[in-house]
Design a protein around this ligand. Structure first.
Ligand code: DX5
Ligand code: ZN
Length: 227
């Protein structure tokens, strides 16, 4: 059973980068718990997003924790740089790292929270060896690379399975979900065992009122009975 309080972290991937500081301030005053930052290298995923200077800018713009999601090959090379740029949590993909223990320990040693993730098509058993040494697991509910994609329903069963695995070996570990989170599925994701939601286009899409979208999400998950 997950007992952690539920956290919501907007992903700036869908924000208006012309006015990133304001967009961060808006979610912060609307009650965001953290800021999710997506780093893409054009190799592991078919898109290129942002790098160290933007993480530094986010850190300068907010007091909220910064949750850095590395969608890059050879993540172990860059841990110290991301930690120095302001990352409070660093997530690495199992698919790109043959030295997961080393990388996750390096994240801890750099003073950040070690977090591990995997694509929707990767068997969850790949997580098993490192579950005792992480403090967050991220279940991807879209194929990483782009904001605004549709939630893959099979993610719900994966959340349940990983929550059960964590309850055995690391019950206080956070279980985060990223991709296609909307008002329509947030409650199901929490009921399945997640305690940390990333939300990009649901709060940052053009014409969306950020504070209302955040409030609606919070209300939606407020009444969920957690298994
Ligand atoms: C996808 C990214 C997500 C993305 C989420 O590769 O990891 O963090 O920004 O955006 P939405 O909520 O629009 O799916
Ligand atoms: Zn992400």
């Amino acid at each position: 059973m997950g007992t952690n309080p539920v956290l919501i972290g907007p992903s700036i991937l869908s924000a208006d980068f012309r006015r990133l500081g304001e967009q961060i301030a808006e979610v912060e005053s609307a009650g965001a718990d953290f800021i999710h930052v997506d780093i893409m290298d054009g190799v592991f995923v078919p898109n290129i997003s942002i790098g160290f200077p933007v993480v530094e800018a986010v850190q300068a713009a907010t007091t909220l924790p910064i949750d850095v999601h590395l969608m890059i090959v050879e993540p172990g090379r860059w841990i110290d740089r991301f930690a120095a740029a302001g990352a409070d949590t660093i997530t690495v993909h199992v698919e790109v790292d043959p030295h997961l223990y080393r990388t996750l320990r390096a994240i801890e040693e750099a003073g950040a929270i070690p977090s591990v993730t995997l694509n929707p098509g990767t068997p969850v058993i790949m997580l098993e060896p490192v579950l005792p040494i992480v403090r967050q697991v991220l279940i991807m509910s879209v194929n990483p690379g782009f904001g605004g994609q549709t939630f893959i329903p099979a993610a719900l069963e994966r959340i349940r399975r990983v929550r059960a695995m964590l309850d055995e070996v690391n019950p206080t570990c956070r279980l985060e979900v990223d991709g296609g989170i909307k008002i329509s599925n947030a409650a199901k994701v929490i009921a399945a065992g997640a305690d940390t939601l990333v939300t990009g286009s649901a709060v940052y899409a053009p014409d969306t009122h950020i504070a209302s979208a955040m409030r609606a999400l919070r209300t939606e998950i407020g009444n969920v009975s957690r298994q």
